[in-house]
Ligand binder design. Structure first.
Ligand code: IPM
Ligand code: MG
Length: 371
């Protein structure tokens, strides 16, 4: 079996702590299951800025391009609030997405049964929730040109960001959403603002045409993105797959993540197109949560989103479906057993729950995985 090359970019804040727990899982799989993972590690975000003066170095970028999969922690923090925009920590992540052409961002929002009472919404609204947000990740207002602030010379300035989509960009992300829907409840809801934006009108047209051409067996609906946000907090279980652009996807996926009881629980996968020669996709896996500078270094971070991101990596990059299922089941099991990091511990406490830190949570998941 050829080696499975992983490139780790732990990043800033709680990223390295969370990644440490994934390393344990990987080492276990290498030792006990001959999984054959090889690991290399680089810098991204503020830590890369401190070392190289930019969000990611060319050398690490090349390693990311060459790896079978990249595992990414988190970037940013108050320490780098004042660094120039072009080299801010987030620029490292955006360069990875753009240069690796990771246009499809999969953000599942599932509610673990053991956490059904830790959402800010009523238990019956989120119990059993299982939705998937498919966010376009390499286009739209994040990357459109012009993107600038100009001085008008009269004491005023003018800022422009450009929302731009071409047909192929919408077709390929719609196709990903329809394909994934077929493996689930076969329903896709597309969200845009066609009532205000030309790009929304166009998004709607292209999704509709893609559906009519190749995916008539999938149920397609459309919603304005603002109404979609409202429906997500009103009755999220009405959705199966949601497909939307880069900016709306950023916001709606934070909303969806919070529904489940904690942002600290949710993984994501960012995928490129399959290589025509090898069939392999470039891929990066990262938790939806950020670098949480307030708790960084205290050993309190929840490593579950990072571990669950590795489970997605096993599933999508290595077709290790059995291992992915077992790792996800291990996470559900430790939650059932009452293990809770601070972010998922109910404020009033609860009999039978065990307050743990990052390392203990990682150990518990690994023990459950190893059986
Ligand atoms: C996300 C994050 C990023 C984004 C930031 C860190 C650039 O919020 O992955 O959701 O806006 O895409
Ligand atoms: Mg975000």
């Amino acid at each position: 079996m050829s080696a499975r090359n992983l490139f780790l970019l732990p990043g800033d804040g709680i990223g390295p702590e969370a990644m440490g727990e994934v390393r344990k899982v990987i080492e276990h799989m290498n030792t006990h299951e001959a999984a054959g993972f090889t690991l290399d590690e680089g810098l991204v975000g503020g830590s890369a800025y401190d070392a190289h003066g930019e969000g990611i170095s060319d050398a690490d970028m090349a390693k990311a391009m060459a790896a079978d999969a990249v595992l990414f922690g988190a970037v940013g923090g108050p320490k780098w609030d004042k660094v120039p925009y072009e080299v801010r920590p987030e620029a490292g992540l955006l360069r990875l997405r753009k240069d690796m052409e990771l246009f499809a961002n999969l953000r599942p929002a599932i509610c673990y049964p053991a956490l059904a009472n830790s959402s800010s919404l009523k238990q019956d609204v989120i119990e059993g929730l299982d939705i998937l947000i498919v966010r376009e990740l390499t286009g739209g207002v994040y990357f459109g040109e012009p993107k600038e602030i100009t001085d008008l010379g009269n004491g005023q300035k003018r800022a422009v960001d450009t929302q731009v989509y071409e047909t192929y960009e919408i077709e390929r992300i719609a196709a990903v959403a329809f394909d994934l829907a077929r493996t689930r409840d076969n329903r896709v809801c597309s969200m845009e603002k066609r009532n205000v934006m030309k790009s929304g009108l166009f998004w709607n047209e292209v999704v509709t045409a893609t559906h009519a051409r190749d995916y008539q067996d999938v149920e397609l609906s459309h919603m304005l993105a603002d109404a979609g946000g409202m429906q997500l907090v009103r009755w999220p279980k009405q959705f199966d797959v949601i497909v939307t652009d880069n900016l709306f996807g950023d916001m709606l996926s934070d909303v969806a993540a919070m529904l489940t009881g904690s942002l600290g629980m949710l993984p994501s996968a960012s995928l490129g197109a399959p290589d025509p020669a090898t069939g392999k996709r470039k891929a990066l896996y990262e938790p939806v949560h950020g670098s949480a500078p307030d708790i960084a270094g205290t050993g309190a971070a929840n490593p579950i989103a990072m571990i669950a991101s590795f489970a997605m990596c096993l599933r999508y990059s290595f077709e290790m479906i059995d291992e992915a299922d077992r790792l996800e089941a291990a996470i559900a099991k430790v939650l059932d057993e009452g293990y809770r990091t601070g972010d998922i511990m109910p404020s009033d406490g609860q009999a039978g729950l065990k307050a743990v830190g990052t390392v203990e949570m990682g150990d518990a998941v690994l023990a459950a995985y190893a059986g």
